[in-house]
Design a protein around this ligand. Structure first.
Ligand code: NAP
Ligand code: MG
Length: 485
């Protein structure tokens, strides 16, 4: 061990009080379900954490009936101020149990405890506090004097921010007076099940929130259930497209938050050391499993070599390993399947002629890992410049003029996020105006706030989550008027 090495500082799992197996949360109770069960594992150790029920079609039907019953009997009859009290109570319990939730999320997902503790769980609480405040103020949402809830919402979320995506879905839905059936991702159901316990602890009326676990087939059964008024989906563009096709012509409302291939643009007048930190948080935060990641770095040609040198020396200090260790920067890739996808697309970078650089770090023997990787000499036609990798892999392109940067940044079927680094505010605003992306960060990256709407253009989906826009997605008359910018 060298002079500046860190001793291990693992967060204890003794705070967890997990069951060996979990049923489905339907009508305020955990029920066994009529399907089989599956294991959720820790991607850093490959050990089983718990067994989880796989909801059958009949279970989904029960969950939708429970949500419909709660809507008509209790939730829609309750004044907004009362709904708000439940949401405030949930937010406070999340804060009280934040350490436990952070440990559970790191264990089940593989992301570093530093991130779950300082980013995921504080944002989850913030989302519930924010929408709790809206529950009795719906007449100010801009949708008329007495906006009405849509009804029962079917919500399907991915594995990259499991509890945060749950909060993005459930908090606005409940504030607006809807009831929900939510399916977490197959590989990360744990914190959604702990959230079900929190609903019980908060004495939320039974059936307002229902959690059904399972894989893709369970998600498909949920979104195609005939008694659903709204579908909210976050996940891949391929699955989003299927859902859109299956709902076409029905009056079920739909919002889709899909993939991205965000451009992070560095001009030669930027504060380079800050930009290096922004590049790293843009693509190496959460192992790059971030839909709005800055996965394409566009760097002005005259500073390319300087930026690459500084980036590589900074990346060499990042620590990959045990997600529960408080010193860890890069955790485990969420699943074997995702590791295979990342590996396959990265290999196409080699075969298409880009130059690979990899941070040298020890890869643990167990679990799924991919070291921080940077590709230079990338052409816009390369797969690594076009396809979403959803892993810790950065593709670097260069530009000479602002016009070229804009053209390259917009050269994507997606349109979720972008970043601009320059000291010149007029250039910042002029360029932001020409980028086709739902979120544009200025001299920062991957910053989130519940009051700020988030969502995409083109193949990144439609609808907005967060802010007043996110509330409108759960109210009559609040359909998102998307379209080209
Ligand atoms: P995915 O395969 O589309 O899965 C997302 C969710 O949909 C999971 O719960 C999944 O269940 C379920 N599902 C799978 N097939 C389904 C079907 N036919 N009908 C209904 N539900 C179905 O996506 P992923 O690979 O897990 O997640 C990564 C993707 O999500 C990336 O493309 C990323 O960009 C995107 N994402 C977008 C945002 C955003 O806000 N825009 C945020 C995070 C992630 P199983 O997990 O059990 O298969
Ligand atoms: Mg897991």
């Amino acid at each position: 061990m060298g002079f500046l090495d860190y001793a291990p500082a693992p967060e204890s799992t003794s705070i967890l009080n997990l069951k060996k197996s979990y049923g489905l949360f339907i009508g305020g109770e955990f029920v066994e379900g009529r399907g089989s069960s599956f294991a959720t594992i820790s991607p850093s150790s490959e050990e089983t954490i718990a067994l989880v029920a796989e909801a059958s079609d009949a279970d989904i039907d029960d969950a939708v009936k429970a949500a419909r019953g709660a809507l008509t009997k209790t939730w829609s009859k309750m004044p907004g101020s009362e709904r708000g009290k439940y949401l405030f109570r949930i937010a406070r319990i999340i804060q009280e149990r934040s350490r436990e939730l952070a440990v559970a999320e790191s264990l089940d997902n593989g992301k570093p405890i530093r991130e779950t503790r300082d980013v995921d769980i504080p944002l989850v609480a913030a989302w519930f506090f924010y929408y709790a405040g809206w529950a009795d103020k719906l007449e100010y949402a801009g949708l008329g004097q007495n906006p009405q809830a849509l009804g029962v919402a079917a919500q399907v979320i991915p594995w990259n921010f499991p509890l945060l995506m749950l909060a993005w879905k459930i908090a606005p839905a409940l504030a607006a007076g809807n009831t929900v059936v939510l399916k977490p991702a197959e590989t990360t159901p744990l914190t959604a099940l702990l959230f079900a316990e929190i609903c019980q602890q908060a004495e939320l009326p039974s059936g307002v929130v229902n959690i059904v676990t399972g894989a893709g087939a369970t998600g498909a059964a949920l979104v195609s259930h005939p008694d659903i008024n709204k579908v909210a989906f976050t996940g891949s563009t391929a699955v989003g497209r299927n859902i859109a096709a299956s709902l076409a012509g029905s009056d079920t409302r739909l919002t889709l938050e899909l993939g991205g291939k965000g451009a992070n643009i560095i001009f030669d007048d930027a504060a380079i050391d800050q930009a290096i930190e922004g590049i790293i948080s843009g693509i190496f935060f959460n192992q790059g499993h971030v839909c709005c990641a800055g996965s394409r770095l566009l760097v002005q040609e005259n500073i390319h070599d300087d930026v690459m040198n500084r980036l590589q020396s900074r990346l060499s200090t990042l620590r990959l390993g045990d997600p529960l260790d408080k010193n860890t920067d890069i955790g485990a890739v969420n699943s074997k399947a995702q590791l295979e996808r990342i590996t396959e697309i990265a290999n196409s970078g080699d075969s298409e002629g880009a130059t690979r650089w990899t941070a040298s770090c020890d890869i643990p023997a167990q679990g799924f890992w991919f070291p921080p990787t940077v590709f230079t000499n990338v052409q816009t036609s390369h797969r690594i410049a076009r396809d979403e990798i959803f892993g810790p892999v950065l593709s670097v392109l260069t530009f000479r003029t602002a016009e070229e940067a804009i053209a390259k940044a917009n050269n994507t079927p997606y349109g979720l996020s972008a970043g601009i680094w320059t000291e010149k505010a007029s250039r910042m605003l002029a360029i932001a105006d020409k980028l086709r992306a739902g979120v544009i960060w200025a001299n920062t990256f991957n910053k989130f706030d519940p009051a700020s709407p988030f969502g995409g253009y083109q193949e990144s989906g439609y609808g907005r989550e967060g802010g007043r826009h996110g509330l409108a997605a759960y109210l009559e008359g609040g359909s998102w008027k998307g379209g080209a910018k």
